[in-house]
Write a protein that binds this ligand. Structure first.
Ligand SMILES: Nc1ncnc2c1ncn2[C@@H]1O[C@H](COP(=O)(O)OP(=O)(O)OP(=O)(O)O)[C@@H](O)[C@H]1O
Ligand SMILES: [Mg+2]
Length: 495
């Protein structure tokens, strides 16, 4: 942290007029900047800009400064030394040659003037044409060791007060990882809340730390926190995919890094509807014990979070700040595509690709796609996702597992059902269709005040047609696409 502050001071001392401070902690950075203004520039003249209010100076908004170009002009023409902080200007810089031009002008005019433009946002993606003029400073979150210190202090004081600590080394680590992405203050408060009034500290309290992160996320309208509801055991078949995920269980650990492994970036699942694409995204979170957030692209485009690009970039920045975590983007082709002709979606695509390439946070993307033909080739290029899985209709053995899971899950005695036979006659049925048949059968049985039996299921199978029959052509197409570009999620091959 002191590094960042020294860096800022040195930059100012050398006459550098434009600094990008990379942080999502606006308040914290702004407090530091007030101190630095006082110490280095001997002034308390601090101006703020954001897109809704324009410039705020001495708690008053300045008229007609929402336009960044006018705001920069206003600041350049002032006669006093001071600092202006632009909050989240970066997404606008990326799409406006006018702002870039103005910043370059400001760079020349303000060099060595003791007037300083601060760009404050959690990212530092700039067009090449302006990169040279901007000094980039990362105002980092506390690292693992800082959080570890904090956590161990807590444990110390808990032990001293005579309370018990039921955590082994691995579980302690889990707590520290859970707090990653929080500031020291936030982590302090999260531990405080989690441990308050507890006579013994055990691993189940880690969910409270996740909850704290969740609250951070809820401030973002387009992200949704998903509690861990599904585990590996809720998903039948898909053994290749399961193996792949299990092998990466410790992928975000320090040990993996020391071993020389690059952290995984994400996986894309595509395939036939109702066969477990969304489900497989959900189970990663519980398998890896990381919080899961769903990014809703429909909400991004709804305008409720501001312009779609702004809402999108803000959501990704928020994810950066709660890492390590899983980011689930369902039906990614509906929002991140090059098939719409509007410029908004092409900017979102561009932003996403840059972020995927450059972000250093421990975020694993679990994306699903239905219409692969809608996906831009850049997204599918090697190196973006670690793996692309194709999820086909379940094989016979997989259908057996799916029957067992859903019959059991809904309170039926599995030993009363001939599972192999059920699997045999449901060739071509998706996991979701099998589940629906069991539910319909149970309604039948419930109405007749008895338990579900095999005959109920046979009757329904006899009367219905699975989607795969009506969609034969499409499925063929999907398969031939996947054959060349994706790995089969199932190990088993016998339909
Ligand atoms: N392999 C499976 N094992 C157990 N249940 C399954 C499996 N596949 C699907 N299901 C059941 O079907 C439901 C729907 O599956 P899911 O949402 O994952 O489908 P999807 O592939 O995302 O389909 P869509 O393209 O329609 O969104 C799951 O919540 C689950 O109950
Ligand atoms: Mg789905």
């Amino acid at each position: 942290m002191n590094n960042a502050i020294n860096h800022i001071k040195n930059s100012i001392a050398s006459g550098q007029p434009i600094l990008q401070i990379v942080s999502y902690e606006e308040k914290r950075v702004e407090n530091y900047m007030a101190k630095i203004a006082e110490q280095v520039l001997k002034t308390d003249n601090l101006l703020f800009w954001d897109i809704n209010n324009g410039i705020t100076e001495n708690n008053q908004t300045v008229n007609q400064t929402q336009d960044p170009v006018q705001a920069i002009d206003y600041f350049m023409n002032k006669n006093t030394v001071g600092i202006i902080i632009f909050r989240d200007l970066n997404p606008l810089i990326r799409q406006s040659p006018e702002i870039i031009r103005k910043l370059r002008e400001a760079y020349k005019k303000l060099k060595n003037s003791k007037k300083l433009i601060i760009l404050l946002s959690p990212d530092d993606y700039f067009p090449d044409s302006i990169k040279k003029e901007i000094d980039i400073i990362h105002f980092d979150l506390p690292d693992y060791d800082e959080l570890k210190n904090l956590f161990f202090k807590f444990l110390d004081s808990i032990e001293k007060s005579g309370r018990r600590i039921n955590l082994d080394e691995k579980q302690k680590k889990t707590f520290i990882i859970a707090a990653q992405g929080l500031t020291l203050d936030e982590a302090y408060r999260a531990f405080m809340k989690a441990f308050q009034g507890k006579n013994s500290i055990s691993i189940d309290l880690v969910s409270k730390i996740h909850l704290e992160k969740k609250q951070l996320i809820l401030k973002e309208g387009v992200l949704e926190y998903y509690p861990h509801k599904f585990t590996m055991d809720d998903m039948g078949g898909l053994d290749n995919l399961k193996d792949w995920l299990k092998k990466r269980e410790r992928a975000f650990s320090k040990e993996a890094k020391q071993f020389g492994l690059e952290r995984p970036r994400g996986m894309l699942t595509m395939g036939i509807s109702g066969c477990g694409k969304s489900l497989s995204s959900k189970i990663i979170a519980s398998l890896w014990d990381l919080p899961l957030f769903r990014l809703d692209m429909n909400l991004v485009y709804s305008g409720m979070g501001g312009s779609p690009e702004l809402a999108f970039s803000r959501a990704l920045k928020t994810m950066d700040s709660v890492a390590p975590a899983i980011l689930w983007i369902d039906e990614i082709e509906s929002g991140i595509t090059d098939k719409h002709t509007d410029s908004e979606s092409s900017r979102i695509l561009g932003y996403f690709l840059t972020w995927m390439q450059e972000h250093t946070s421990e975020i694993f993307i679990a994306a699903t796609a239905n219409r692969i033909d809608m996906l831009p080739a850049e997204i599918l290029r090697r190196g973006r996702f670690d793996q692309i899985f194709f999820i086909d209709l379940p094989t016979r053995k997989e259908r057996e597992e799916i029957f067992t899971i859903h019959l059991k899950d809904k309170g039926n005695d599995v030993s009363l059902f001939n599972i192999p036979q059920l699997a045999q006659i449901t060739k071509g049925w998706s996991g979701s269709e099998i589940e629906q048949v069991i539910i319909s059968g149970m309604y039948e049985a419930f109405n007749q005040n008895r338990k579900l039996n095999e005959d109920d299921l046979f009757v329904i199978f006899g009367n219905s047609v699975p989607l795969s029959t009506t969609m034969e052509e499409q499925i063929k197409k999907i398969r031939s696409w996947a054959h060349k570009r994706a790995v089969n999620a199932s190990k088993d091959k016998e339909y």
